[in-house]
Ligand binder design. Structure first.
Ligand SMILES: Cc1cc2nc3c(=O)[nH]c(=O)nc-3n(C[C@H](O)[C@H](O)[C@H](O)COP(=O)(O)OP(=O)(O)OC[C@H]3O[C@@H](n4cnc5c(N)ncnc54)[C@H](O)[C@@H]3O)c2cc1C
Length: 381
């Protein structure tokens, strides 16, 4: 496959890099320290028309290719993983399922404002007792005589919660038939009975909003059913297949950011009358890290290219996410080590990057889930 970027892709990524250096990097430490959702950054990206980067122009998007979007997730994460997950949660997990499974009416009503930057999106699948085992949904949407639904239940750990205007949410519509009883809905934050619950205090991506969603007799009009009734679980899994490429890019971006900071630091810090970079251990550690990052990047580009070309990509996305998230945790831990005591302080960004890296092994399917997907694809039973 050819991963040579076109001049248009390079121009867009150059623009994203400038934006990151001016708007994202300077506030990354404060975003983490104060657990502050980067609302101003979201507004700027919305104004630039970047929140619908790979959504078609006819639906308010920028109409760019999927690889450019994935490279943007990676670029944001080099400086601020919080910004990257806000962006991919909105794009991969909310815009994409509406684009793919929505009716024309739903696309006009919800995708256009999401993609054109007027609204922010979120995705609600996880529940307290339905994490990895997402089929164990307790939220129940009871169908009414007029075709509408009354939704009761809750979600937990929802990214962008509270700041998002539109939520793609999953619930049981028929009990006792397993995953075939799960359906997807589009919810608006103003719907009566829909509220935001507990906000999590987290180890990393601390500026990202992660909250419970609470549904108390939420009346969902029939036209807000997304896709067909009973097809919600399959839609959620397909959505996560794509989302995982974004998380892999987030992970590799974090690793790249940490390496960049470390190369700078070891080239200046002196011990035993030498720069730390002159020790062969430092050189070999950094060489290993760079080789891993490049390998991870190829897995990401391969998965992104397959998705863009309409080829099967679920297994490729799982391999990219598994490898890149574990790479990010390993690389950031080693970077902290090369910084010594200073790496353990908040004076330098590598400790934040080490904390941020961990979540990429957990959300949108843990590493164990990725191994299940890969071994399943291999036919290992
Ligand atoms: C910061 C953050 C943001 C998130 N954002 C969202 C969001 O926007 N929307 C959303 O819907 N969800 C979101 N999540 C939820 C996330 O996807 C889940 O936390 C994740 O899928 C794991 O589920 P769990 O936490 O319930 O862990 P559990 O399912 O309880 O798993 C615990 C451990 O057991 C392992 N395990 C479970 N089953 C098996 C098995 N069969 N074989 C081997 N090992 C197994 C897991 O891999 C894990 O190591 C978010 C979570 C966090 C922390």
């Amino acid at each position: 496959m050819n991963f040579g970027l076109t001049s248009e892709q390079q121009d867009i990524l150059g623009m994203i890099k400038d934006f990151c250096l001016k708007e994202v990097k300077p506030i990354a430490a404060e975003t983490d320290e104060e657990e502050k959702f980067p609302a101003e950054t979201v507004k700027k990206l919305q104004d630039m028309g970047m929140m619908g980067m790979y959504m078609p122009e006819e639906y308010g998007g920028a109409g760019l290719d999927y690889l450019t979007y994935i490279l943007t997730c990676e670029e944001f994460a080099k400086y601020c993983a919080t910004t990257s997950v806000m962006f991919s949660g909105h794009s991969s997990l909310c815009c994409w399922p509406i684009l793919t499974f929505g009716t024309e009416e739903q696309k006009q009503k919800y995708l256009v404002p999401l993609a054109s930057g007027k609204k922010l999106g979120a995705f609600g699948l996880t529940e307290p007792s339905a994490g990895t085992d997402a089929a164990m949904q307790k939220s129940f949407a009871e169908k009414q005589a007029d075709g509408s639904y009354i939704l009761n239940g809750s979600k937990t750990f929802i990214t962008n919660a509270g700041y998002a205007d539109i939520y793609v949410v999953f619930a049981m519509t028929e009990k006792g038939i397993g995953t075939k009883g799960i359906s997807a809905f589009i919810l608006e934050k103003e719907m009566p009975g829909f509220s935001i619950g507990k906000k999590e205090k987290k180890m990393g991506i601390r500026g990202s909003s992660t909250c419970d969603l609470i549904f108390e007799n939420v009346h969902i009009p029939a036209e807000n059913l997304l896709g067909k009734e009973g097809k919600g679980f399959a839609m959620a899994m397909q959505t996560l297949d794509g989302g995982r490429i974004g998380i892999a890019a987030q992970a590799i971006g974090i690793a790249e950011g940490a390496i960049e900071e470390t190369v700078k630091y070891v080239s200046e810090r002196m011990q035993f009358g030498k720069r730390i970079s002159q020790f062969q251990n430092t050189q070999f550690q950094l060489a290993d890290m760079q080789a891993k990052v490049e390998a991870g990047r190829l897995l990401i580009y391969q998965a992104a290219q397959a998705k863009q070309d309409g080829q099967p990509y679920g297994h490729l996305a799982a391999m990219a996410k598994l490898y890149c998230s574990e790479c990010a945790s390993d690389v950031t831990r080693r970077c902290v080590q090369l910084f010594g005591g200073y790496g353990y302080t908040r004076e330098y960004p590598v400790e934040r990057m080490m904390r941020d890296a961990k979540i990429t092994e957990i959300y949108e399917g843990t590493s164990e889930v990725q191994r299940m997907v890969i071994s399943g694809w291999m036919g290992v039973k």
